[in-house]
Design a protein around this ligand. Structure first.
Ligand code: ZN
Length: 290
């Protein structure tokens, strides 16, 4: 599933390539992909036709293709979406749900599993998306993350996937960041110490930046806007490495389902709290209740 580094890789290329190009025609728009949009498919066609791209932004895992007509085409790539800019002569792939004719080129959205989304958005975009802080923004820090997690009784892994807290992290980078910070994914989010959360915030930024430098992680579906896979899959420490040796301690990487999603971790590098510490935390919580 495309997460922040993959979507940002696509954004950077499109933002360098799309501005000033005009949509000559909306060749194809699959109406089933239009979800939670303030305007319907016909209106989206009308607003796109003849409009010129001005810039491409990203919010969490959403892409916003701003148009000269005041508003933006909002795209989410779901589980298997690809957004590619190709020469018009290149044959279209199966499962292509959006085709914008830009003259000699076409912008195409391909999504075999159709979990993606097409919508229209008007400024301020953040209002309708209900997204939390972007971990690559200046607003993000250990202190901010600590405040967001305070009082939360869910597992830290589940909290990291909540787009309303931190926007852009999915299963891959949540697992990788928790490993880098040596925090077990099932730990209670609100019980992490300030020091642990500082470590986690630094780890989140680091794993996202490293992946961006590798142009994202490709397993089966993700490719960038040129159709090329990323290379970060060769640098992952835990995700997809079940039963392989931990690169730090050689223990076997485990996979457990947590909150409906599989979590990959090293049980030695990311221990659950030792019993003595657990007891202290519980006593502290009881004191706090009294
Ligand atoms: Zn380990």
């Amino acid at each position: 599933m495309p997460e922040l580094p993959e979507v940002e890789t696509i954004r950077r290329y499109l933002n360098a390539s799309l501005p000033h190009w005009q949509v000559q025609a909306v060749v194809h728009l699959d109406e089933r992909m239009v979800k939670h949009s303030p305007v319907g498919p016909e209106e989206i066609r009308d607003r796109l036709t003849g409009a010129t791209f001005t810039r491409v932004e990203r919010m969490g895992k959403f892409l916003l293709l701003s148009m000269s007509t005041n508003g933006a085409l909002l795209l989410h790539l779901g589980m298997s979406g690809r957004l590619v800019l190709e020469d018009s002569v290149v044959p279209r792939q199966r499962h292509t749900h959006l085709v914008l004719d830009l003259g000699s080129r076409e912008l195409r959205l391909v999504d075999p599993r159709r979990f993606g989304r097409i919508a229209w958005a008007t400024r301020p975009y953040s209002q309708s998306l209900h997204l939390g802080v972007d971990p690559l923004s200046r607003r993000f820090s250990g202190q901010v993350l600590y405040q967001l997690l305070a009082g939360r009784t869910t597992a830290i892994k589940t909290a990291l996937l909540n787009q309303q807290l931190v926007a852009g992290i999915g299963n891959i980078y949540a697992d990788e960041a928790l490993y880098a910070a040596r925090i077990h994914p099932a730990r209670v989010a609100g019980h992490l110490t300030r020091e642990e959360v500082d470590r986690l915030a630094r780890a989140i930024r680091k794993v996202l930046r490293v992946s961006l430098a590798h142009r994202g992680t490709s397993f089966s579906d993700y490719v960038d806007a040129l159709g090329h896979p990323g290379a970060n899959q060769y640098y992952l420490n835990v995700y997809g490495r079940e039963q392989l040796a931990c690169r730090r301690c050689k223990n076997l990487i485990q996979r457990e389902v947590l909150g409906g999603r599989s979590s990959h971790f090293c049980p030695r590098c990311q221990p659950q709290l030792p019993p003595a510490v657990t007891t202290m935390v519980e006593q502290g919580a009881r004191h706090a209740e009294i």
